[in-house]
Design a binder for this molecule. Structure first.
Ligand SMILES: NC(=O)c1ccc[n+]([C@@H]2O[C@H](COP(=O)([O-])OP(=O)(O)OC[C@H]3O[C@@H](n4cnc5c(N)ncnc54)[C@H](OP(=O)(O)O)[C@@H]3O)[C@@H](O)[C@H]2O)c1
Length: 282
């Protein structure tokens, strides 16, 4: 918690260098991703908005262009459940001074149900977006981040990584991958002398987005507040960050709560949200 006293919300400006610096945010048409684009534009970055729905992306782009007339915005349309399509995103990014990548898109549409009830197609979509896409996109952008250092990659994680969730086994697993992947690459950058290529995993808990469905509260912040917390926390320069302060308090509290209790809580709370049981909604 104390790190917040020493971290400026403008630390991200370190990555605003060279001619016309760009950031890319995946899953930018809604929720936290859309607000991340806004936060970055507010700090002077040009932003690539990635998503799967071109109409929705164009609406977001137009709204941002009106709010931030000095920034530039481009859209990159590709379904993240098809990792082979990263080449199309790479083509849009070519030649740009890319200094920030935020891997935000995740398996947020996952049904909450027993693993055995998932179709093999759903399993493939979940692992493709949660593992395949982030891996392939990182492979495409990392050489540019190395060339354009100082540069930053933020990979958005979830509470269900540190407290794996029943009925969301694949989603939990993909976030476990994301955390280990981020940490390994961070060490690799250091080993190769690229200390100025900053790679971070940000653990997000409940946020009031369409994926979550909860109303906004102190514990469940708005996507705008969550995005601001993420962008402001970048200056911590650590591999694991819980960007929103209330969520970080919970992380600390969970360290002293007996594991058995936490596991019972996950079974009970997530069980209430099962989408396969009559009367429950996503
Ligand atoms: N909200 C929470 O409570 C919460 C908690 C923990 C972690 N997180 C993490 O935060 C991140 C953002 O979540 P969110 O709540 O903002 O989700 P969201 O409101 O559902 O928005 C997800 C974004 O990703 C896009 N997207 C989804 N599937 C895609 C695909 N196959 N290809 C391309 N784009 C796709 C969506 O596009 P459309 O507009 O077309 O749907 C949307 O722009 C995720 O990594 C999630 O795991 C969220």
């Amino acid at each position: 918690m104390l790190w917040r006293l020493f971290t400026s919300s403008f630390a991200i400006k370190k990555y605003h260098h060279g001619e016309d610096p760009w950031a890319i945010v995946t899953g930018a048409s809604d929720g936290i991703g859309k607000e991340l684009c806004r936060s970055l534009a507010q700090r002077g970055f040009n932003v690539f908005l990635h998503g799967r729905d071109s109409d929705k992306l164009i609406l977001v782009r137009n709204s941002l262009a009106t709010q931030f007339p000095n920034a530039r915005f481009e859209v990159a349309v590709a379904d993240a459940t098809r990792p082979g399509l990263v080449t199309e995103v790479a083509a849009v990014l070519a030649g740009k001074n890319l200094t920030i990548v935020i891997n935000n898109a995740g398996y947020t549409g996952a049904p909450i149900q027993p693993f055995t009830s998932f179709s093999s197609n759903e399993l493939e979509r979940g692992t493709n977006i949660g593992v395949g896409w982030i891996t392939q996109l990182t492979h495409v952008v990392l050489p540019t981040l190395i060339e354009n250092k100082p540069s930053l990659m933020v990979n958005i994680g979830s509470f269900v990584e540190s407290q794996p969730s029943p009925f969301l086994a694949v989603y939990s697993g993909t976030k476990g991958y994301t955390r280990a992947f981020s940490h390994a690459l961070r060490l690799e950058m250091q080993a190769l002398g690229h200390n100025d290529v900053e790679i971070q995993y940000h653990e997000v808990h409940g946020v009031a987005t369409k994926a979550n469905g909860e109303p906004e509260s102190l514990i469940v912040p708005s996507p705008r507040n969550m995005a601001e917390a993420i962008v402001s926390a970048v200056g911590k320069r650590s591999s694991f960050i819980v960007p929103y302060w209330v969520h970080e308090l919970f992380t600390w509290a969970f360290m002293v709560v007996p594991n058995r209790f936490l596991q019972m809580m996950m079974i009970s709370e997530v069980g209430k949200r099962r989408t396969d049981l009559k009367g429950n909604i996503g």
